[in-house]
Design a protein around this ligand. Structure first.
Ligand code: DOR
Length: 449
């Protein structure tokens, strides 16, 4: 790989850089120079100068996803670590945090170590989250120090919220001592169980009121106060009430961070009206009202919400095509996150630099203190970890090659804007769209070879 990308907008939130009309010289997986005009000499030029009236392609540090279900072990029909990593690369993500609700869950140091070795062959960096409680059941805390020593960068029972406040406080303290955050799925299990008297597993229950989220957010904040130390991160906020609670806690100096998913920002409108099967729209927490959606966008823009996280939740078709009550919750998101936020999620145009901050530095702030994660930056002269995307390129979800093993995305067949052209992870090309990046094949061979 030795080429100059011409006419690119370079956005590097950590460096405070936002410059249009740049030439970016890439060689052997490194960014050699970023400059308004580089004399190409014998170097191949890939001219990306936009047509008049069109926005330029953007080069940014690779995205970090705090929340992906890669289903291994136990759910390999839906996804594997390797297929999930390829989907991540296609979406511009170079680091992904894999959730612990696998079968069996990642709830012992040995299982963390096994997860670390599964991640070794992935095209992007797959990080491991350990559970908060054994079997995610909320009764017995995991060996926090042991799981952290084995390589877990965070703790979460995501998919469940069974841990009582005392157990959560205990794990918050121990995780803090190991330099790790605790990520909480804020949906109160008791409220949901009472509302769904017909029974059935909690995760499948359909009636999931907004109060269940507010109750769980309050309870997690109380557990943090009880703990006296620790970093609480709230996953997939979905309501205006939760945003208010987090905003107030932050004003009081509480160590709480939060994320929002692309689907809760977008509400999948206009697709939300009709999907076939209807269970494509089933997700925990559920899609909410327009008022909630606007509050989430506002909170993401003003920084009360730190990160966009996909909650990529692949499911085999067998688990999505039955009746709504027995269908699995969740939707894929890694390959569509960027375009969903730009097209439907209120983060287009002038908001793109903010979106990039929430996809890079924001998630890094959540994980970095103990995980020794490099700050996402475009470092000249070092192995590149970056994404090149066209914020206006239209595409149809599901058309052409997709990388996830699953297709449970309600936007399947929809037209979105914003396409990833190239993802480089630690100097290696992890994804390249040959249709959009007219990159001579000789360069690609050199790049992947
Ligand atoms: O909809 C969801 N699906 N929400 C979660 O929190 C878990 C996820 C899953 O694992 O499928």
């Amino acid at each position: 790989m030795n080429c100059i990308l011409r006419g690119v907008r370079v956005i590097d939130p950590a460096a405070g850089m936002d410059a249009v009309g740049q030439d970016v010289w890439l060689s052997e997986g490194r960014i050699i120079a970023v400059y308004p005009s580089i004399d190409e000499g014998t170097v191949t030029v890939v001219d990306l100068t936009p047509a008049p009236g069109h926005p330029p392609c953007i080069l940014a540090p690779g995205f970090i996803d705090l929340h992906a279900h890669l289903r291994e072990p136990g759910g390999e029909r839906a996804e594997t670590v390797l297929s999930g990593a390829r989907a991540a690369a296609a979406g511009g993500f170079t680091q992904v945090l894999a959730m612990a609700n696998t079968e069996p869950p990642i709830d012992t140091p040995i299982r963390v170590a096994e997860a670390r070795s599964r991640a070794a062959g992935a095209v992007v960096e797959v990080m491991t989250a350990a559970a908060v409680s054994r079997d995610l059941a909320g009764h017995v805390p995991v060996d926090v120090a042991g799981c952290a020593a084995a390589g877990a960068v965070a703790f979460t029972d995501d998919g469940r919220n069974a841990a009582p406040p005392e157990l959560l406080s205990d794990v918050l303290r121990r995780a803090h001592d190991a330099g790790r955050p605790v990520l909480v799925h804020p949906e109160d299990e008791r409220t949901i169980a009472e509302r769904n008297r017909s029974g059935g597993p909690w995760a499948l229950s359909l009636d999931r009121p907004a109060e269940a989220e507010a109750t769980a957010v309050r309870s997690a904040l109380e557990a943090l106060a009880q703990a006296g130390r620790g970093h609480l991160h709230l996953q997939h906020l979905s309501t205006a009430a939760s945003v208010d609670l987090v905003r107030r806690a932050r004003e009081d100096g509480v160590a709480v961070t939060a994320e929002v998913t692309p689907h809760h920002l977008a509400m999948w409108s206009p697709a939300a009206q009709a999907t076939d099967p209807p269970a494509l729209l089933k997700v925990n927490p559920p899609l909410r009202t327009e008022n909630d959606r606007i509050a989430l966008i506002q909170a993401l823009r003003d920084g009360v919400i730190d990160a966009v996280a996909t909650d990529h939740a692949p499911h085999h078709v067998d688990h999505k095509c039955g009746d709504l009550a027995s269908a699995a919750p969740g939707m894929t998101g890694l390959e569509t996150a960027l375009a969903t936020c730009i097209t439907l999620g209120g983060m287009s145009g002038d908001w793109i630099p903010v979106l990039l901050e929430r996809l890079t530095l924001g998630p890094h702030r959540v994980l970095a203190p103990g995980a020794d994660l490099r700050q996402p930056r475009l470092r000249v002269g070092e192995s590149a970890t970056c994404v090149l995307f066209d914020p206006a390129a239209p595409w149809t979800v599901g058309e052409g090659h997709t990388h996830s093993r699953s297709r449970n995305n309600p936007l399947w067949g929809s037209r979105l804007n914003g396409r990833v052209l190239l993802t480089i992870a630690d100097g290696v090309v992890a994804h390249h769209d040959p249709a959009l990046l007219p990159w001579p094949s000789t360069l690609m061979e050199a790049a992947s070879g």
